[in-house]
Design a protein around this ligand. Structure first.
Ligand SMILES: [Zn+2]
Length: 286
């Protein structure tokens, strides 16, 4: 009942906004929509902070919160996420025009603007998100299906201390995405498996060569999909294995940390890791 009324009000409001926009009467305050977030039952301050590339403390500060408690339906002010830039809609803009101007596929523009009641209707002065285009691999797919993993932040270059030779501080060469043990993992792009089997650091892992100078790395799997051995050619979107917590010890070691997918990108000449975060965020938009 309540929902029905709300829907009706929204429809009325939309009709009004349409009319006003057509008459050129309306100029919504900048950022009115882009910067607010409605709390869902599964959210925590931490999970929201991670999604927006900020910290729980900064969110508390921004919202004048005294405790970490959140209420379902509560509205929070949030910053523009690090993987988006914000854009002030100009007169004559439509989502399609903006998408074209910035060479962003329209479906990704719409997915990046879920905070808007209707991303197909924008007006002068409104703030919208524009996804940052990664340097390549723009036709890749996110390796986990929507709804099967937790919000994640950029953990690339964080410090990690486990090594096969004991505790040594090293730089984390990928992004960790927390998901339940057994969650299916799909190949982000097509390629050829160049490494398969146990690694003391990565557990059951796969390295897939995606072009002449790039490898994608998937680690800590509980098990592989069939035939995931060196030399196998995999296609984009193919099931390659399942999330687990393997690694940090001799073959079979598991449970040294919570189950997650560690995803890394390496350039091969010279061999060096690349920050995969922007690629993941781009792929995640579908
Ligand atoms: Zn990791």
């Amino acid at each position: 009942m309540f929902r029905l009324i709300r829907k009706r009000i929204r429809r009325k409001l939309r009709t009004y906004l349409f009319g006003a926009a057509v008459l050129g009467l309306l100029s919504a305050p900048a950022g009115a929509y882009a910067a607010s977030y409605t709390v869902k039952p599964t959210d925590s301050l931490w999970s929201i902070a991670v999604q927006y590339g900020t910290t729980a403390d900064k969110l508390k500060q921004l919202n004048g919160l005294k405790s970490d408690m959140l209420l379902d339906g509560q509205t929070l002010q949030v910053p523009t996420p690090s993987y988006f830039t914000s854009y002030n809609v100009q007169a004559g803009d439509t989502m399609w025009i903006i998408a074209n101007r910035y060479s962003i596929p329209l479906n990704k523009m719409i997915a990046a603007n879920k905070q808007l009641a209707n991303p197909n209707v924008v007006w002068q002065g409104l703030t919208v998100n524009i996804p940052k285009r990664p340097a390549g691999f723009r036709d890749g797919i996110f390796p986990l299906k929507a709804g099967t993993y937790s919000p994640y932040g950029n953990t690339y270059a964080d410090s990690r201390s486990w090594s096969p030779d004991g505790e040594t501080v090293r730089s984390h060469e990928g992004v960790d995405i927390m998901a339940a043990e057994g969650t299916p993992i799909y190949s982000a792009l097509g390629g050829t498996i160049v490494q398969s089997g146990w690694s003391e650091l990565g557990g059951w892992r796969l390295t897939i060569k995606t072009d002449s100078t790039t490898e994608f790395y998937y680690a800590h799997m509980s098990r592989y999909a069939p035939n995931m051995k060196k030399g196998t050619v995999v296609s984009k979107g193919q099931l390659i294995g399942y999330v687990g917590s393997t690694g940090y010890g001799p073959e079979g070691t598991k449970g040294m940390f919570d189950p997650h997918l560690h995803f890394g990108i390496y350039k091969t000449s010279p061999y060096a890791s690349v920050d995969p975060f922007l690629f993941l965020k781009w792929w995640e938009l579908g």
